[in-house]
Design a protein around this ligand. Structure first.
Ligand code: HMG
Ligand code: MG
Length: 311
């Protein structure tokens, strides 16, 4: 059966805004995050402490993060690629961080200027330090299905890097279809292989890692319109943590052909229709995405936002 409740990991302010050509003013970002929290999203990925030259859209992380200090009852994870990123995030009191690995050599080089294993070596002390400081750690894995340079990605290659991230002590693994090429059969194949490798989906959106290992999350981009079908396939495997981006904002500047993430509204429409709880107020969320689309000067690509907003 399906999980009774899904935790939505909202990535709009990070994955969405990192790919906007316009630099969004810091006060608009803070307002966006506040509105998302008010709409009932319990986790809002706020920003990244990466090199500002690599992602200029998020270069204001030091200004943004303190503006969220009074937000209660919402988790605000941030991306940290290395020790410098963790230092910057910790200095501002971040309680939750994410490292981001790649299943392919091409993307490891393009996104992190490292080999796959070189990136894992970079993350290992970061995860260890974060865990010993009591932080929650998510491990992203990009290019789990297809890679724009290498084509289809072998399942074994993905499982190997997942095991490495789990071995470091990540509380959660987010399986990324960075360029949105996956289809449900491929999702089924990967989750089956992960289960066999000792990394099953637990069926519950655990707030801490289950004794057996990390919680599994899925992170679909909607390039080929498959994100919702893929999500349903993952739910049928017991995945209960799903990444999505309000209004379908998003992409990745270092992966050609990556478009927006699965829109949070589309996800919520499907989950509520299935009787799966999310805690999200869809009307408030849609109003937020419509407001953000006005700030960005272009309509939301989300079908659900368009239908509900009558746009
Ligand atoms: P590098 O050039 O190899 O860095 O980049 P380095 O370690 O050689 O250091 C070079 C300089 O950068 C040094 O300064 C460092 O201090 C500085 P210098 O001594 O020359 O003055 N530096 C930093 N400054 C600020 N913050 C830092 C930092 N680190 C080094 N954290 C690096 C390596 C990892 C830093 C770089 O490649 C980088 O920042 N990459 C980030 C790329 C990124 O953010 N991509 C998007 C997120 S991933 C994604 O979107 C996919 C996802 O959504 C899942 C999916 O869809 O698949 C998560
Ligand atoms: Mg992404």
């Amino acid at each position: 059966g399906l999980p009774t409740r899904v935790r939505i990991h909202e990535v709009g302010p990070r994955d969405g805004l990192q790919n906007e050509s316009a630099i969004v003013p810091v006060e608009v970002k803070a307002e966006f995050i506040r509105r998302l929290a008010t709409a009932g999203l319990s986790t809002v990925e706020a920003t990244s402490f990466v090199h500002p030259k690599w992602v200029p859209q998020l270069a204001d992380a030091e200004e943004l993060y303190p503006r969220l200090a009074d937000l209660e009852g919402v988790r605000l994870p941030v991306l940290v690629p290395n020790a410098r990123g963790l230092e910057r995030a910790s200095a501002l009191g971040a309680r939750e961080v994410a490292v981001f690995a790649s299943a392919t050599e091409s993307f490891a080089k393009a996104n992190l200027n490292r080999t796959v294993d070189g990136a894992l070596e970079m993350f290992e002390p970061v995860v260890a330090r974060a865990k010993s400081a009591g932080l929650r750690v998510r491990g992203y894995l990009s290019m789990c299905f297809g890679d724009p340079w290498e084509g289809p990605v072998p399942v074994d290659q993905v499982v190997r890097v997942c095991r490495a991230l789990a071995g470091m002590g990540c509380d959660e693994l987010s399986l990324g279809d960075t360029i949105g090429v996956a289809t449900p059969g491929h999702v089924h194949a990967l989750l089956t292989a992960l289960g066999t490798a000792g990394l099953p989906a637990s069926g519950a959106p655990a707030d801490s890692a289950p004794p057996g290992g990390p919680t599994l999350a899925v992170h679909f981009h909607d390039t080929y319109g498959q994100a919702l079908s893929n999500t349903l396939a993952a739910l049928q495997h017991g995945v209960a943590t799903v990444d999505a981006s309000a209004g379908g904002l998003g992409g990745c500047p270092y992966a050609k052909s990556a478009t927006g993430n699965l829109a949070t509204e589309d996800l919520v429409w499907m989950l509520h229709g299935l009787g799966v709880e999310t805690g999200v107020d869809l009307a408030r969320l849609t109003a937020t995405s419509t407001w953000m689309a006005q700030r960005l000067g272009r309509p939301s690509p989300s079908r659900t936002v368009r239908a509900l907003a009558g746009a």
